[in-house]
Ligand binder design. Structure first.
Ligand code: HEC
Ligand code: HEC
Ligand code: HEC
Ligand code: HEC
Length: 445
């Protein structure tokens, strides 16, 4: 409704915040007559409940109440449509079962499909599934997210789609779409597109540089700051957007999250000591923030303070036990301090938490190899390769292991795979040459 121009004060008295009209009549001020674009609702038949009864209340189904922070009951202002099918498939709560608590979701679904089924050819169901898929990192969601980004008229959903596409920003067609949507007429879409492109800023790509560069002079401050942040490693802090960013960072520096962000800013500009100071401040101010401990660990390991890095990562993992990234980093840090078996265990946990984590499978493969577990090493590398089919490094690592064990033919084919992925990939080309000269190749890792 927001996208169609409905505002808080259409329903609320601006001074008292009370609703202008009581009960269903509030909604019916727009939904009784066809006031375009509000869909017309027939109050006698729409809810399939006793007219005037509790099950007939518009807000009971479209604005269900949830208690936040144990004491703050709020009505959902998403004006969502209850859908027991989504409860069954994705565990998304539905308003029906908030009243019918004694009924299983199949009971609700049956009644629901009978009453509303024919009207449910709406975009919501499909969209909810795609978003759930994207959040589960399932790449199958990509094409539909792209459709949403390119074709949806509601800017909020375009922005949501841009945000979710961040994970696949390095796919050429996704990157192309995000470069285009960075120029979207809606500032929220521009902002989310710039954020989604941020992980690519290290790439030497002219159109990317130009797209982000253009946003530095965006009319909207949010977008300018997002663009300056995407380019924060190099942005000129005397430029207008650079100053916007600095002001923004300084303004938030008295908060743990602000201190964390300032730390990242300094870290990425090469000032590791300042970064460490801000990260230390962030963890001192908020001892429950796993990302702050993680950031501190990264800064410590850059200074060779690996034992301390391990400690901070252990805290991060304790605070966020379901986070695969932290387990992965812990694995790498343990490896640095020579605790190979613990490193292996941490990496095993990382891939258990996120079976699509190619980099973690890769490092797990190397860890197994370092422990002399050749078959698990090769299997892990194959897993990594199956997920990330575009990294020549992975089949190359497999080739080096195979060579160690004299499995020359397999090694050749693995090195050949690396060259297929990246023609001329130097380490693989050298390995193949050495193999064809018949010399024992140098052990690589
Ligand atoms: C000021 C006018 C106005 C009022 C008041 C209003 N609506 Fe709407 N509503 C709209 C418009 C316009 C749309 C169409 C939005 C669109 O097409 O994007 C809409 C759409 C909806 C939808 C469909 C949303 C969807 O996902 O497609 C629901 C559900 C809804 N309204 C419920 C309510 C409820 C419940 C109330 C009372 C609490 C209410 N509306 C009050 C104008 C209004
Ligand atoms: C028992 C639950 C329930 C109640 C009560 C209810 N609705 Fe709905 N509403 C639904 C469902 C389910 C849909 C989607 C299927 C459909 O359109 O019939 C829906 C759809 C809508 C839509 C979108 C229609 C469209 O064509 O896009 C609007 C608008 C809406 N409701 C407004 C209202 C208003 C206004 C009231 C109060 C007079 C109300 N609803 C009461 C369940 C409910
Ligand atoms: C389509 C109508 C509608 C619109 C638009 C709307 N509200 Fe509400 N709002 C309601 C209804 C209905 C309630 C429940 C009131 C009640 O039960 O007395 C409510 C309740 C609230 C409450 C009390 C807490 C709660 O959730 O019960 C707050 C705060 C609030 N709204 C803020 C806002 C703000 C801010 C906006 C704009 C961003 C907004 N509302 C837009 C209908 C609306
Ligand atoms: C605010 C509470 C409330 C919500 C929300 C609600 N209901 Fe009901 N429901 C009732 C009440 C009260 C009755 C009995 C009176 C009536 O039919 O209105 C009822 C009756 C029913 C019945 C008939 C039960 C019987 O034994 O004959 C079905 C089926 C049903 N609801 C399904 C649904 C579905 C599906 C939804 C969501 C789309 C829903 N209800 C949402 C309160 C609610």
């Amino acid at each position: 409704m927001r996208a169609a121009g409905v505002r808080c004060i259409d329903c609320h008295e601006p001074h008292s915040a009370r609703t202008r009209v009581a009960g269903n009549n509030l909604c019916m001020t727009c939904h009784a007559l066809p006031v375009p674009p509000a869909p017309k609702i027939d109050p006698a038949t729409h809810s399939h409940h006793q007219v005037g009864g509790p099950g007939d209340s518009c807000i009971a189904c479209h604005m269900p109440q949830t208690v936040y922070m144990q004491r703050h009951a709020r009505h959902d202002h998403g004006f969502t449509i209850p859908d027991p099918m989504l409860t069954k498939e994705l565990n998304i709560p539905n308003a029906c079962n908030r009243c019918h608590v004694d009924q299983a979701s199949d009971w609700t679904l049956k009644a629901f499909e009978k009453w509303f089924g024919p009207h449910m050819a709406r975009p919501e169901r499909r969209r909810a599934k795609v978003i759930a898929q994207a959040r589960a990192r399932d790449q199958q969601a990509m094409p539909e997210l792209l459709q949403l980004l390119n074709g949806e008229t509601n800017a909020f959903w375009r922005a949501v789609s841009a945000g979710l596409l961040k994970r696949w920003a390095n796919e050429p067609n996704v990157m192309g779409a995000l470069l285009a949507s960075a120029g979207d007429p809606d500032p929220l879409v521009r902002s989310m597109s710039v954020r989604a492109l941020e992980p690519l800023t290290a790439l030497p790509n002219q159109s990317l540089g130009a797209a982000l560069g253009n946003r530095l002079s965006d009319a909207i401050r949010l977008v300018r700051i997002d663009a300056a942040w995407a380019l924060h490693a190099t942005v000129d802090t005397n430029s207008a957007a650079g100053l916007d960013l600095l002001n923004y960072l300084r303004h938030n520096a008295d908060q743990p999250a602000g201190s964390l962000q300032l730390g990242v800013f300094h870290l990425d500009r090469g000032d590791i000591l300042s970064a460490t100071r801000y990260f230390e401040r962030a963890v001192a101010w908020d001892t429950n923030s796993a990302p702050s401990y993680h950031a501190l660990a990264v800064a410590l390991s850059l200074q060779g303070r690996n034992d301390e890095a391990v400690q901070e990562l252990q805290i991060a993992c304790r605070l966020a036990p379901r986070d695969a990234e932290f387990k992965f980093k812990l694995g790498l840090a343990l490896n640095e301090v020579g605790k190979l078996d613990q490193a292996r265990a941490a990496l095993e946990e990382a891939v258990k938490l996120d079976p699509q984590f190619a980099q973690a499978w890769y490092n797990l493969g190397l860890a197994y190899n370092a422990l002399g577990k050749t078959e698990p090493a090769l299997e892990s590398l194959l897993r990594a390769e199956a997920i990330d089919a575009r990294s020549p490094q992975i089949p190359y690592a497999r080739a080096t292991i195979l060579v160690q064990f004299g499995r020359v033919e397999e090694a050749r084919s693995a090195a050949g795979r690396a060259l297929e992925i990246q023609p001329g990939y130097p380490p693989a080309a050298e390995l193949l040459q050495t193999l064809s000269r018949g010399r024992a190749p140098q052990k690589d890792r």
